[in-house]
Design a protein around this ligand. Structure first.
Ligand code: ADP
Ligand code: S3P
Ligand code: MG
Length: 189
């Protein structure tokens, strides 16, 4: 049996939620993973932009972060009603305790990249309002310090190194899902 077929068998349509810091690759890897699993892919940030009719940057600037977080919770609660989804979340989704009740509808996977990797990827990014500061490196470090314990509540922890390609990370997720989901056909596994 191919690894991905075993995983489909184990998941039985359960959705997958990717959490982790900005730049960890949730959007990029989520897309690939959905294709592999034959699931639909959604990104909470893209849905928020559709609902609001403006970009994340504009929402932060016009309405503030709290307003963005309200929309984020709303979009996540809607998505949690469905099965067979891979959902790439925004890095701050873990902050609201209520969001965990939605995330727990699926399998929660933490993509964990170091601040060095995140900085390398996001140094020229202008779309993430929380990084538009004089010192984005320390902004990322502070966010990670504040959020690490929340990300650690995920069902599966995927550590990402500098040279891991998106394809390799998607393959690793598929290889590691069986370590956290029991196979009911082999209850003594
Ligand atoms: N494994 C990877 N290797 C190299 N670059 C990556 C990798 N994953 C994502 N990226 C790049 O890093 C940036 C952030 O990725 P993205 O998927 O948007 O992360 P997130 O959704 O977690 O913020 C994008 O420019 C993307 O192309
Ligand atoms: O970490 C955060 O608080 C945020 C992460 C972003 O999404 P990505 O994690 O996809 O970059 C986006 O939701 C917003 O800029 C806030
Ligand atoms: Mg993203």
């Amino acid at each position: 049996m191919r690894a991905v077929d075993l995983v489909k068998d184990l998941l039985k349509g359960t959705s997958v939620f990717l959490i982790g810091m900005m730049g960890a690759g949730k959007t990029t890897v989520g897309n690939l993973l959905a294709t592999e699993l034959g699931y639909r892919f959604f990104d909470t940030d893209s849905l928020i932009e559709k609902v609001a009719g403006k970009t994340i940057k504009e929402i932060f600037a016009d309405d503030g972060e709290e307003s963005f977080r309200e929309l984020e919770a709303l979009v996540l609660s809607d998505l949690s009603a469905y099965t067979k989804l891979v959902v790439a979340t925004g890095g701050g989704i873990v902050l609201r305790q209520m969001n965990w009740s939605y995330l727990r509808h699926g399998l929660v996977i933490w993509l964990d990249a170091s601040v060095e990797v995140l900085v390398e990827r996001l140094q020229d990014d202008t779309t993430r309002p929380l990084l538009q500061t004089a010192d984005p490196v320390s902004a990322l470090q502070k966010l990670l310090n504040r959020r690490r314990n929340l990300y650690a509540q995920a069902d599966l922890h995927i550590q990402i190194s500098t040279n891991d390609t998106p394809d390799a990370i998607a393959a690793r997720i598929i290889a590691e899902i069986p370590t956290v989901l029991k196979n009911p056909k082999y209850p003594l596994d």
